[in-house]
Design a protein. Structure first.
Length: 484
């Protein structure tokens, strides 16, 4: 296991990141895109080394899970290189001086986004590639022109060290500033870095208690900084009578596969299933889970937390077991529970909060009015899903605002486990899903978290940053005098 980063080394890393901030921010989009592509190429070339190391430390299957996740990671890096080439991320806007502006004479004013500064990224446990050392937060921060200090997760320290070495060497060979990327180890060291005035923003993927503690530290600094935390999510699924009549068995099997995927250790795992009373799917669901082999959890701490949360949930009056097999840490078989709408309303925190692991809760509803009352108390999260028929449109229309209120991504006849990386993706939601519900941690818009806008008023062209110069030397998409 890697040792905690000593104080002298941490200071050198912080100082190097601060020194790299200016050249990183001033680098052209083409240069930064080349850096990201070099990292992607290096990681792909090291797949035969990294995937077995990840498997040994996380218990996740090497194929297709980890091999696929590494490919996702390198895809993210290359996609952000495309973002840089496209250029719209800078939001370059030019308003020429206008003496006849209705608000009074307007000066020449030009707006563009720039890197926020050194970013501290707290790696996740459940995705040792895609949300870890070279994951989405690192890729989007580097794309923005921000140095990154990556606080490694203790669940896969050796993988973190080796991945960090590959990333750092690839960046240096590509001509990036020396302090652009480094990995640190240790919980206290992560907090020390978070408090350091040279850190301009931070991101986190993990538990609600851990993320909230770091969020509070970031906001308690003499100069608070943005903290982009992805914390907990129950991800409700609503199924209509029409969907059950048309394809109830397929819905039941799909749900069973989704909430047990990866031992239920996905932030998008569907944890609540809202079914009509007399849905008739109990035996189908039970059958879909029969014979499931125990799946190991990522580490002992997660296994212990899951066992404790599940035990509390099973003790709630009115919560019945639909399917469960004897299992214990570190490996578990799936558990499916059920309760009524009234009991869900009265069950309190134990039935409303996320149970991170292979467990889920069915909640039955009598009619649309009861469903709406249940959704009113659902904890906000990352996703909300509907399984219905187009003939349900009138019945579902009043339900949609309740789902949109609690989620950043709505799904129709699909499952939330599986978050594509694309231009339109939104992976965020109201607290406790995230600490910044106006942002996303997946997809090209993730770069916006690590940029801040600056308006330049009245400057001569020679002193303007290149994205705002009259000749538009980078050939960026721009809005000029209100017109694209």
């Amino acid at each position: 296991m890697s040792q905690a980063t000593d104080a002298a080394t941490l200071e050198k890393i912080l100082a190097a990141a601060a020194e790299a901030a200016r050249p990183a921010a001033e680098a052209t989009p083409a240069d930064r895109g080349r850096w990201l592509t070099a990292v992607a190429d290096a990681l792909d070339a090291a797949a035969d080394e990294l995937v077995p190391l990840a498997h040994a430390e996380t218990h996740l299957p090497a194929t297709p899970r980890l091999a696929g996740e590494l490919k996702r990671t390198t895809f993210q890096l290359r996609l952000f290189a495309e973002v840089l080439t496209e250029g719209e991320y800078l939001g370059a806007t030019v308003d020429h001086a206008d003496p006849d502006w209705p608000m009074g004479a307007r000066p020449d004013i030009r707006r563009v986004k720039t890197a926020i500064g050194p970013v501290l990224v707290f790696a996740a446990s459940n995705f040792p590639f895609a949300f870890s050392v070279a994951g989405g937060d690192t890729a989007s921060a580097l794309a923005a022109g921000c140095p990154v200090i990556l606080k490694a997760h203790p669940g896969h320290p050796e993988l973190s060290a080796q991945t960090g070495l590959i990333v750092r060497e690839a960046l240096l060979k590509a001509g990036a500033p020396a302090g652009l990327f480094n990995v640190i180890f240790g919980q206290d060291e992560g907090v020390t870095a978070l408090k350091d005035p040279r850190i301009a923003a931070a991101s986190f993927t993990g538990s609600i208690p851990g993320g909230r503690a770091l969020f509070d530290i970031a906001n308690a600094r003499p100069r608070p900084i943005p903290f982009y935390g992805e914390l907990g999510s129950v991800n409700p699924v609503v199924v209509t009578e029409g969907a059950i009549a048309a394809r109830g068995e397929a819905v039941a099997k799909g749900y069973a596969g989704s909430f047990t995927l990866g031992a239920g250790q996905f932030c998008t795992k569907p944890g609540l299933l809202f079914l009509p009373e007399d849905h008739g799917l109990t035996e189908t669901l039970r059958s879909a889970l029969e014979g499931a082999a125990p799946q190991p959890m990522l580490n002992d701490r997660i296994a212990s937390g899951y066992a404790s949360t599940l035990a509390k949930l099973r003790e709630v009056p009115g919560v019945d077991v639909v399917s469960a097999s004897p299992s214990e840490a570190p490996a578990f078989t799936p558990t499916l529970l059920a309760t009524t709408g009234n009991q869900f309303l009265e069950g309190g925190e134990a039935v409303h909060q996320e149970c991170f692991g292979p467990a889920s809760l069915i909640v039955t509803y009598a009619d649309q009015a009861e469903l709406l009352s249940l959704l009113d108390v659902v904890e906000p999260g990352l996703t909300a899903t509907i399984h219905g028929e187009e003939s349900d449109a009138d019945w579902l229309r009043p339900v949609l605002p309740s789902l949109a209120r609690v989620a950043g991504r709505l799904l129709w006849n699909d499952w939330p486990t599986g978050v594509t990386v694309s231009w339109a993706q939104q992976h965020g939601g109201p607290y406790p899903a995230t600490t910044a519900p106006t942002t996303t941690s997946v997809g090209t818009a993730a770069i916006e978290r690590f940029l801040r806008p600056i308006a330049w008023q009245g400057f001569p062209d020679a002193l303007l940053p290149e994205p705002l110069q009259e000749a538009n030397p980078w050939q960026l998409p721009r809005r000029t005098d209100g017109t694209r």
